[in-house]
Design a binder for this molecule. Structure first.
Ligand code: SAH
Length: 209
């Protein structure tokens, strides 16, 4: 089966070993999150276009970012950049509650419909600018940002629990680093993970952060 092969060859082979992450990647039907004409590519080792100039990330990057959040049923996670909804679906298999924000209304609507159809009951969606976070449900145990920002958004730092982790691609243009920011009492500790290439985070006027 294509999905099992993807998990073995692209994910386990690159060192992802958290059992919850592997289980979630085996369960979520990625072909349901890509445009119909790209279904045959759903398990390819690369990102795919999802419309509006946006992309669904490479499966390995989804798995890596999920593992970096520290899987646990009692955690509440905030995602910035719902896109197709695939990353949120993977998170929802592992974490207790998933809050996800998308700035492009047509993508947000489509993802919301998908979650309903596929029976994901612990995903809460919002259309808007994720740079500002979602204060109403804060603080979060983990925050995952799936679009690149030139700085680490202060509202997201504020909405992270002490002891919580944010996984975020930082940098402008194509030179981005995936970073893990851990919030300790009174200070933040940053760790660089790998170079990555994400679409930019933009505000409601379409300007890049
Ligand atoms: N996690 C997605 C991949 C998302 S691509 C998936 O699994 O398919 C990045 C997404 O971030 C795009 O859909 C883009 O529209 C969105 N985005 C960009 N800037 C944003 C912002 N300020 N707030 C929320 N979403 C944003």
């Amino acid at each position: 089966m294509q999905r099992q092969k993807m998990v073995k060859d692209q994910i386990e082979a690159r060192g992802i070993n958290n059992p919850d992450v592997l289980r979630a990647m085996l369960r979520v039907e990625r072909e349901k999150f890509v445009p119909a004409k790209l279904k045959n590519d759903a398990y390819g080792d690369y990102p795919l276009p999802i419309g509006e100039g946006q992309t669904i990330s490479q499966p390995y990057i989804v798995a890596l970012m999920t593992q970096l959040l520290g899987p646990s049923k009692d955690k509440k996670i905030l995602e910035i950049g719902t896109g197709s909804g695939y990353q949120a679906a993977v998170l929802s298999e592992i974490f207790g509650e998933v809050y996800t924000i998308e700035i492009i209304p047509s993508l947000a609507e489509k993802a919301k419909k998908r979650f309903k159809e596929l029976g994901y009951l612990n995903i809460y969606t919002k259309t808007g600018d994720g740079y500002q976070g979602w204060a109403e449900h804060a603080p979060y145990d983990g925050i995952i940002v799936t679009c690149a920002s030139s700085d680490i958004p202060q509202p997201l730092k504020d909405q992270l629990k002490v002891g919580g982790k944010m996984v975020i691609p930082v940098g402008s243009g194509y030179a981005q680093q995936l970073e893990v920011v851990t919030k300790n009492k009174g200070r933040y500790v940053k760790r660089n993970i790998v170079p990555v290439m994400f679409v930019p985070m933009k505000n409601e006027k379409g300007e890049k952060y």
